[in-house]
Design a protein. Sequence first.
Length: 265
Amino acid sequence: MTDKDEFPPLSDKARKLLELALQYDDPTALFADHPEITMQDLQFITDEVQAALQELELLPDGKGPAIGKNLPKHAKHGRSKSVGDAYQLKMTLHGSKPPIWRRLVVPADINLSVLHKVFQIAMGWHGGHLHCFEINGETFQPTDPDIFNGEPAEDESQYCLCDLINVAKARFNYQYDFGDDWQHHILVEEIIPASAHPTTMVCLAGKGRCPPEDCGGIYEYYHLLKVLRDPHHKQYKELLEWIGTIPDPDEFDSAEVSACLAQIG
């Protein structure tokens, strides 16, 4: 089916995409050979074909072609199998001075719900608060709650990182504890072969201790450190009693983090 007269009336973009898609029996191969094509492009074809067939009265309203219906999960979201086996990420806590950061290697196909656990361990959080990912302008979080700031959110357990990002130097955000508002900026530094790091969940480096949970956010954390450096401060006794011991803001052990990451099932 390559004769243009055989197609229903379509836009030039939809026609070109459809002609290309029809050259492949395996949708996965299409994404591998053409990483620039995404599931959104296939949905665009679906919508145009459905509208054209309905206009020609060849398809009842509300029914459409099943383009993408049976694609594997990674293909549905535009993953190219050629993007590499692992991602090297740099995670930086927003507002931290000097920067509190971690450099991590994770599998390209890591599920977002597992990536959440990796970020918790890498930073030193305890997981007692809500979280979300902001990737390509969309919000991803656990299904409960399924509404974030009044806007619908995607179920993070249904997505792998490579479903959403397949190029180096891409950026996204991870937010933890909507009250204290810990914002983490994530940079995909490299897409690398897994063979470069046989253990594909590892912490390569990092700096800075994780702030304590429920301290009020990054600015309150620095206020806490300032008070604890001054035994004569009027809040010293109160805050020392709250935290228990005076933290070393420079303390961090990447080997310890890697050992904990190795325990993730």
